[in-house]
Design a protein around this ligand. Structure first.
Ligand SMILES: Nc1ncnc2c1ncn2[C@@H]1O[C@H](COP(=O)(O)OP(=O)(O)O)[C@@H](O)[C@H]1O
Ligand SMILES: [Mg+2]
Length: 222
């Protein structure tokens, strides 16, 4: 599903943010990208959704080499990818439900399907009862669950999460991790970037550990 083949990304003169990074991620995997701040985790995820293109090497997603994709084709790629950020990025003047259904409106889903899907994903993250509230009236953990519902709304096969627990306390962080694992168990490929090593103490995930832009370790956490 995702192939990195000798990828180097250099923003400007100096040390590259990623150097000679190669890995495969198969459909249905749960992969945690770890490493200290500045290791290259965000850069790696941005290459997957073509926010960035590599300085050298190839990034292939679903069989398509992203550097060969024209800008017109990028929205179609992003529609198949759900993305969750540390700072939630909810629209403040839209209700919780509107934040979720907005995506589906942009995809021209008919109103009835939109409503049904929005209800379903909000139920699923445990927030159906907050559907008509403003995002700011929710706790951080709840806002992140709305962001996850929004990322899942259009049924992506791939979910990317960049430090989704960075603004949350440990208990809320574990809740979010549990949700991501549940999403994974339903068949979605999940790639989670985090500097929080305590999050990956749970068994069975694959860890790709970055340090100064290089893969230092690629292992299954036992
Ligand atoms: N837009 C940018 N312009 C220049 N340098 C950047 C940019 N984004 C990230 N970097 C640099 O690239 C390196 C990797 O950053 P990043 O991918 O954000 O790491 P992480 O997410 O692991 O903290 C860091 O040295 C960072 O300063
Ligand atoms: Mg980052």
């Amino acid at each position: 599903m995702i192939v990195f083949d000798r990828v180097t990304k250099q923003y400007r003169a100096g040390e590259p943010a990623l150097r000679d990074v190669s890995f495969h991620i198969a459909p249905g995997e749960f992969v945690v990208i770890t490493g200290p701040s500045g290791a290259g985790k965000t850069t790696l995820l941005q290459l997957v959704y073509r926010e960035l293109v590599p300085s050298s090497g190839r990034v292939v997603v679903d069989g398509r080499e992203l550097a060969e994709m024209s800008w017109r084709q990028v929205p179609a790629l992003r529609r198949r990818i759900g993305i969750v950020f540390q700072d939630f990025r909810l629209l403040p003047r839209r209700t919780v439900a509107e934040n979720v259904s907005f995506v589906l409106r942009a995809l021209a889903w008919p109103v009835s399907r939109r409503r049904e899907r929005t209800r379903r994903v909000l139920e699923w993250v445990g927030l159906a009862h907050r559907a008509h509230d403003w995002p700011q009236s929710l706790s951080g953990g709840e806002q992140q669950r709305v962001a996850i519902a929004r990322a899942l709304a259009a049924e992506p096969r791939l979910l990317l999460a960049d430090e989704p627990t960075g603004n949350l306390d440990p208990a809320r962080s574990l809740e979010i991790l549990g949700l991501l694992r549940e999403i994974h168990s339903r068949g979605t490929t999940v790639v989670l970037a985090t500097h929080d090593m305590t999050l990956i103490e749970s068994a069975g995930v694959r860890e790709i550990h970055l340090r100064e832009g290089r893969i230092e370790e690629d292992r299954k956490v036992a």
